[in-house]
Structures are given as C-alpha cells and as structure tokens.
Design a protein around this ligand. Structure first.
Ligand code: TYM
Length: 334
C-alpha cells in the first residue's frame, strides 16, 4: 500500500517495434487501472541488453516507448513512468534475489529456452537471470498487481516463489504480487501463423500490426491475415485465425466473443477483416497523432523523466535498505 492505494507495477522492453499485442495485452489495461492504483510503469531498458543492441537505436526506442506510455493515456504527473536504468536499486536487488533463486528454476523458463534458441551465438548470463531482474522490478515497489499478457505468467510465478522464499527466511519483507490478465487480448496471435504469438521480433512484418503502422498498412495486413476454408465466423479452437481476429475485435471494442459472433453472423471473412482493420485504426490513428504532439514537446517529457526517476528511486531505496539490512549488510554511515 502506498498513500492508501494498492501498488501496480509493469514494464515493457524497448526492443523492436511495439505491436498490437503489447497494446491490447498490456498497455490498454495499464491505462484502465491507473486511477485505482499507485502505478509504476517502467521502460525496461536493462532487460533489452540481454540481446545485442545498437546503442543509438536502443536509446531512441526507449524514448519512443516512454512517449508511447504517455500518448496511450498514462499521465506522468499521476503515474511514475521511468527508465529502469535510472534506478540502480533494480540491479542491486536483482543481485540479492539471484542468491535466492535456483538454477533449476531458471532452467525451466520457456522464454529463456526460446531466446537461447534464437540467439544461439549469445546465450549470456543476463539472458538466463532475466526473470530475476524482473522479480526485482516488481518486488522493489512492494507491488500488489502486475498487468501483463499471458506470456509473462511464468515470470510472475517465479517472482512469487522468490518473494515467498525470502519472506519465510526473514519475515515479511515483500508483498506477494498477483498477475492481472485482461478479459480479452491477453494473447494476440500472429496474423500469418495463428499458432504463434504476435511478437516484436517476428521477421515477417505481415505477421504483426505495429502501433506505428499507417491506416492502409493496417488494413492490408488484416486483409492478408491467415484464416481457414470453413467459411463461417465462429469462436472456436478449430479456427485459430478467425478466433484471433475476433479476439482483437473484442479487445478493441470491449465486447464478448458471443456478441462479436452474433454481430458477424452470416458474413464472409472479408467483412470481418475489414471491420477489425477499421476498429484497430480507430485506436491507432489518435495514438499516433498524440505521439507526434508529444515528440514535438521535448521539455515536457524531459521534466517528467527527471521527476519520476527521483520518485522511483525514493520508493526503490526504501525496500532496498530494508532487504539489505535483513540479509546482513552493515548499516550505511550517514
Ligand atoms: P514485453 O516487452 O515482451 O511485452 C510487454 C507486454 O506486452 C505483452 N504482450 C502481449 N500480450 C498479448 N498478446 C501478445 N502477442 C503479446 N506480446 C507481448 C506482454 O505480456 C507484456 O505484458 N519481461 C517483460 C517486461 C518486464 C516486465 C517486468 C513486465 C520486465 N520487468 C516487470 C512486468 C513486470 C517483457 O519482455 O515484456
């Protein structure tokens, strides 16, 4: 609890082009929860360097991501929006948590296995201990709730396990966080292969809708989306492509799959694809306009970045000092 409110933490990597999956699975929920909770939203640039990055590109993408958080509707005066690398407590807590995390637990992480397979020439220790840094992000703010897409559930589970393990040894030092998974949009799939999640790192640009895609590109990608030869619009496992389009439509419009199926009864796939494209454009167009406005006002965001880094450091240090004391580090001279 912070100032009588529960605490929310979440973050996104500043790697690759943000997709509609990131928006519907996470960002959209962040905005809808932001009044109810005391919120920390991080641009997790330290996680990004677990795969090789061009430094100038990473810096630019981190800034774009920060801008996107604000453009999506998160007020940086009410929400603590900051770069992870500006708060050294993340790395310091991660070290301590590393010493309470087992190799066997990390070996089971599917994201590690996937990324190690993709970057076989660079399986670094950071990639392996990635979930521990993520646990530090969350635990540092005594977080109650973490809104994420389904792909992050395993990381949330290990975070809870580490926190419970340390609480058992030292008494209650950490709040045990819960995941928040939205009703719709928690797992948006690739438009070209609906058995795979839509991902920033997909090499086929037609597989993903990028948040910065223009209206024509969005429409073209939906028109090319892989469906099936059943010819009827139903929400079921046997039709993963159609189900994905319905999921996107439901998440954007805030309706249930039943309602969507009723709406498209008797329609062909062309009608569905066009309706989804229009619905998505109706959210992306204003988002892109707001991005451009914010990018033009450099000093506003610079001020927010400075003030929020300080705020994040203040709360991070409170937890960090408590943990350092519990594990036996000497008191700091004042
Ligand atoms: P990242 O950057 O891969 O993704 C950011 C958020 O977007 C969600 N997401 C999706 N949701 C639905 N459908 C999809 N196709 C899809 N693709 C991505 C993710 O679930 C995530 O919520 N490790 C995290 C970043 C992180 C973090 C944290 C998150 C670091 N520390 C602490 C929460 C709390 C990651 O790589 O997310």
């Amino acid at each position: 609890m912070l100032d009588g409110k529960k605490v929310l933490f979440s973050g996104m990597q500043a790697t690759g082009n943000l997709t509609l999956g990131n928006y519907l699975g996470a960002l959209k929920n962040w905005v809808s929860l932001s009044d109810e909770y005391e919120c920390f939203y991080s641009v997790v640039d330290m996680h990004s360097i677990t795969v090789r990055q061009d430094p100038a590109v990473l810096r630019k993408r981190a800034r774009t991501l920060y801008t996107l958080y604000v453009a999506a509707g998160l007020d940086p005066e009410k929400n603590c929006i900051y770069y992870q690398s500006h708060v050294s407590g993340h790395a310091e807590l991660a070290w301590i948590l590393n010493c309470f995390t087992y190799m066997g637990e990390l070996n089971r992480m599917t994201q590690f296995k996937d990324k190690a397979a993709k970057h076989a020439d660079n399986i670094n220790a950071g990639l392996f201990t990635y979930p521990v840094l993520m646990a530090a992000d969350i635990l540092l703010y005594q977080t109650d709730v973490v809104p994420v897409g389904i792909d992050q559930m395993q990381h949330l589970e290990i975070t809870r396990d580490i926190a419970e393990r340390m609480n058992n040894i030292y008494g209650d030092i950490f709040t045990i966080p819960e995941a928040y998974i939205g009703k719709a949009g928690a797992k948006i799939m690739s438009l070209q292969d609906p058995s795979k999640k839509m991902s920033k790192s997909d090499e086929n640009p037609n597989a993903s809708i990028y948040l910065m895609d223009d209206a024509d590109t969005v429409m073209r990608k939906f028109k090319r989306a892989v469906t099936d030869s059943e010819g009827q619009i139903l929400y079921r496992d046997e039709q993963p492509g159609v189900r994905n389009l319905l999921d996107i439509y439901c998440a954007v419009r805030g309706i249930s799959p039943d309602e969507a199926v009723k709406e498209f009864a008797g329609c062909g796939y062309g009608v569905l694809k066009e309706a989804v494209g229009e619905a998505v454009n109706a959210i992306l167009q204003p988002l892109q306009k707001r991005m451009a406005e914010l990018e033009a006002d450099k000093s506003y965001l610079d001020g927010a970045i400075r003030a929020n880094a300080e705020k994040a450091r203040y709360y991070a240090n409170k937890t960090l000092r408590k943990v350092q004391k519990k594990v036996g580090f000497p008191e700091r001279p004042r």
